[in-house]
Design a protein around this ligand. Structure first.
Ligand code: DGL
Length: 285
């Protein structure tokens, strides 16, 4: 039996930019955040590895009493979510739910585009999965998608180099091909990129709408809860906040504050590694 918590999972700190927006929009619920910092980044890992790590994280959060989990990580949403929803959930926790951040971004992009040309930026894994393009195609086959992997941005942001000229120069270089394609919407398909939101907007110009993945995910979650009262009524409203990391809690608390916008109290260490087989065989007794 769950304890009515909403779980937020990311490969590390980045998902805090998503959680921040969720918390701002629907603060009354109780949330548990898990960052798999010991094994991040996920962005260059294989689909199989990302699925394996994500299923361990999901198992951990369900064992903590989550009813609903948001994979607040683009790479995990793009590479693992579908398999989690189709194979893992029905076999282990059929009453609970896992939602991602690809669909919310794509829906907003479809609504916003006027010329049917949408850009997507993300990690190498997200871009090569083609997930954003595939979801957009399902909504509207007329929309043309132009993608750009930006693998240098995550390490630069984590190093705190977000306002350095070197980072601005690299960003300009990444965005040049998308600008030349005339996209009028750009999806930030990575948790870290909202840190550079203003730079993305400045570079793309006023005729391009930049989709913030946290805002899109928060709006989609609030909407999901309105449409699913059977889930909403199972959620606790005690405004509890818990933070877990698979690495050093002190470092997580220090660095995480930059992404969350305020300091994180009481970060605890999570041990996911024993969950290796639980992810494959179902919940432990
Ligand atoms: N959280 C990842 C994402 O949104 C970025 C960091 C990583 O590569 O693990 O794609």
């Amino acid at each position: 039996m769950g304890q009515g918590l909403i779980g937020i999972f990311d490969s590390g700190f980045g998902g805090l930019t998503i959680f921040r927006e969720i918390e701002a929009l629907i603060p009354g619920y109780s949330y548990v955040y898990l960052g798999d910092s010991a094994r991040n980044p996920y962005g260059n890992r294989s689909k199989e590895t990302v699925f394996h790590y994500t299923s361990q994280a999901v198992s951990f959060l369900f064992e903590r009493g989550c009813e609903l989990i948001i994979t607040a990580c683009s790479t995990a949403s793009a590479l693992a979510l579908r398999r989690i929803q189709q194979e893992y959930l029905p076999a282990t926790y059929p009453e609970r739910r896992v939602l991602g951040m690809v669909h919310p971004c794509v829906e907003e992009a479809q609504r916003a585009t006027r010329n049917n040309r949408v850009g997507v930026v993300g990690t190498r894994g997200t871009v090569s999965s083609g997930s954003f393009g595939a979801e957009l195609f399902k909504l509207d086959p007329e929309i043309k998608v132009f993608q750009q992997a930006c693998p240098l941005l995550v390490p630069l942001i984590e190093e705190g180099w977000d306002s350095k000229p070197e980072t601005r120069m690299i960003l300009r270089k990444y965005l040049r091909p998308l600008k030349s394609r005339g996209v009028d919407v750009l999806i930030l398909g990575c948790t870290h990129y909202p840190v550079l939101l203003k730079d993305f907007e400045r570079n793309m110009g006023k005729n391009c709408r930049v989709i913030h993945p946290g805002e899109a995910t928060a709006r989609a979650l609030a909407d999901y809860l309105v449409r699913h009262p059977e889930m909403e009524t199972r959620l606790a409203r005690s405004r509890k906040r818990e933070f877990f990391t698979t690495d050093d809690p002190k470092r997580f608390g220090e660095l995480g504050g930059r992404f969350f916008g305020r300091s994180l109290a009481n970060v605890e260490r999570a041990d996911l590694f024993y969950l290796e087989s639980a992810a494959l065989t179902g919940p432990r007794a």
